[in-house]
Design a binder for this molecule. Structure first.
Ligand code: B12
Length: 191
């Protein structure tokens, strides 16, 4: 169901792995151990565009509607909701991604081309220990691009483009432009 709605990356974790991660006290205080980290690749874009709710913050509201419907009664923390949880560090502690020299979390297959959306705490024991990451061999070429960032969103896009991992999974131009600008016109059907 989550995959059909565009949230195609679901990573099991033992929430105990966050015990020493600053800023995650709200998670440990629930006592839940079985966690799911929910993310998306570019697969989300066409599904979201076809189902985007009208009004402000459509992606946030779409995300909340899908995930709360999928896990009724569960603890759910959304990456977009303040007070923000440190989702990048959660992704690293969970074995989902490694922290790159650009402070972007890098997935071994998708590189920087994913969005972290939510963490779900379920009842019961964790299903699997966090898996070891496949070797992530970083050329470090991105660091120079990161050092040149400005207020222009294209300069931040250049940081993602400089990552040596996951280039085949780059977002479409429309998805990219939407994530950086939130321009609602990008959600309208092509004329
Ligand atoms: C607030 C926020 C922002 C703010 C402020 C960031 C800041 N430095 O203060 C703004 C709007 C500027 C921002 C921008 C971007 N962000 Co941002 N942001 C967040 C958010 C919602 C909360 C961060 C936070 O305060 N965490 C809580 C604190 C306690 O944890 P922390 O580990 O100390 O957090 C620090 C880092 O997360 C860092 N940070 C946040 N965003 C980014 C992006 C980059 C490139 C860098 C270097 C650092 C950074 O700033 C935090 C405070 O110092 C997170 C989602 C989340 N809940 O983590 C996304 C998140 C970190 N952002 C993300 C991204 C991709 C970006 C952008 C690159 C593009 C975008 N918006 O799609 C841009 C880059 C900058 C730009 N100018 O275009 C992704 C990172 C994915 C990844 N692979 O690592 C996240 C996880 C959102 C997601 N849905 O996946 N972001």
């Amino acid at each position: 169901m989550l995959g059909d709605a565009g949230f195609d990356l679901v990573h099991e974790l033992d929430l105990a792995c966050l015990a020493h991660e600053p800023g995650t006290e709200a998670i440990s205080s629930t006592g839940s151990r079985r966690g799911l980290l929910i993310a998306n690749t570019r697969a989300l874009w066409p599904i979201f565009v076809a189902n985007a709710p009208v009004g402000t913050d459509p992606l946030d509201r779409y995300t909340e509607a899908v995930i709360t419907t999928a896990f009724p009664g569960a603890h759910v923390w959304f990456a977009h909701r303040a007070p923000y949880l440190p989702f990048q560090r959660i992704a690293v502690a969970a074995g989902f991604a490694a922290m790159g020299p650009t402070h972007l979390a890098i997935h071994p297959t998708y590189g920087p081309w994913f969005g972290l959306r939510a963490l779900v705490g379920l009842p019961g024991e964790p299903r699997a220990a966090p898996p070891r990451l496949p070797a992530y061999s970083c050329t470090g070429d991105c660091a120079a691009v990161f050092a040149r960032t400005t207020d222009a969103w294209r300069s931040w896009l250049a940081v993602r483009d400089a990552c040596c991992i996951g280039r085949d999974h780059r977002y479409s131009e429309a998805q990219l432009a939407y994530h950086y600008t939130k321009d609602p016109a990008l959600l309208l059907p092509a004329q």
